[in-house]
Write a protein that binds this ligand. Sequence first.
Ligand SMILES: Cc1ncc(COP(=O)(O)O)c(C=O)c1O
Length: 365
Amino acid sequence: MKYTYPVTRTTHPKPKPADENNLGFGKYFTDHMFIMDYDEGQGWHDGRIVPYAPIELDPASCVLHYAQMMFEGMKAYLRPDGKLQLFRPDMNAKRMANTAYRMAMPVLPEDILISATEALLREDKDWMPKAPGTSMYIRPFIFGNEISFSAMAAAHYTFIIILAATGAYYASTSGKLGTSRIYVQDKYIRSAQGGTGFAKVGGNYGGAMRASEDAKAFHCKDVLWLDAKEHKYVEEIGTSNAFFRINDEVITAPLDTGTILPGVTRDSVIQLLKEWGVKVSERRLSFEEVLAAAKDGSLKEIFASGTAAVISPIGCLNYQGVDYPVADGECGEIANKLYHDLYGMQTGVVEDYMGWTYPLDITVE
Ligand SMILES: Cc1ncc(COP(=O)(O)O)c(C=O)c1O
C-alpha cells in the first residue's frame, strides 16, 4: 500500500549543528517529526509530519504511570553517491510486532514504519551529517496515551518518529577501534525469564540504570549482565548483544530464554561469521568459563554489537573489583573485520554481499 502523509513545515528552522565531529548521541534533533494515532476500532490513522516540538500530555496519561510503551532504534546512512539507505528495517518492524504483543499494544505494520521513516527523512534530508562516522539516528516510539489510572492496556496510542544527527560512537585510536572496560554485574539483573528482556521497552532501560551508574565507580563504561536465575550465564553488555571468542569459537547467548534483545546487528554478526566459515554458537556460556579462558589465554576477544556503535570491542572485564584483561586489551581481528564489513555495507563503501541494505530514493546535496 502507498502511504502519503500531509506535511506542516516549520516556520522556525533550527540552526544545524556547527561541528559535525562533535554531534554526540541524541543531542541534535531535526526540524520535523512524524505523528500517528491509534484508536480502538479505528486502527492507525492520521499519520502526519509536523514541526518538531514538545508534546502535550495529560498528567494522568497512562504511559507516565504504567510505562506501556515501546521504542526502536535504527539509522539512515549516507552512501558515497549521495543517496540515503537504511539497514534491515524489516527486522526492526518485526521486533516492534513482538514487543507489541508482549506489551498488549497494537502492532504497527511494517509498511507504515518504513514509509513514515522515509517521508520524514525526505523532509529533513538537509540535516544528514556528512562527516566520517556520522549518521542519522531514527527513533520510532509508541506509547499508551489514555487518561486513566486503571492498570490496563490503553485504547488510544500515539506513534512518533524523531531523528537525531548522530556522531561517530568511538574515539578510534591509531585507526583501530577503541576498547572499553566493562563491569561484571553479579548483584542486579536486567531481565528474567518470562519478563520483557526480548522486547524493546523503556522499563528495561530504567531498571538497568543503577547498575550502569555503579559500574562507573570501577571506571567501567557499562556492565556485563548475568542471567537472573543463577547469576551464572553471560547475557548482554549494557544495551548491546555480547560475543565471546574462546580459541576459534565465537559464542553468544541464545534467544530462547526470552531474556536477550534480538539485535539486528547480532543477527547480522552471526550470519556474517557463518558466511566467512567462522564457528559461531548460540549457547549458554557461564561467566566461570569466560574467567577461566581469560586466565589461561584462550579468551581471544569480547565484543558488543548494536546499531549505535556497530561493533564495540571490550579490552578488560572488572569482576568484584579485579581487572581481567581480554587478550592484549586491544581490538581483536574478528571484531575489526566485522566492523569493517558491516559498517562498510551500511555506508555503501563495501559491496552489500548479504542483501541487507535498503536504498531510499533520497539524495542529499
Ligand atoms: C538491550 C539491548 N541489546 C541489544 C541491542 C542491540 O540491538 P540492535 O543491534 O538491533 O541495535 C540493543 C540496542 O538496541 C539493546 O538496547
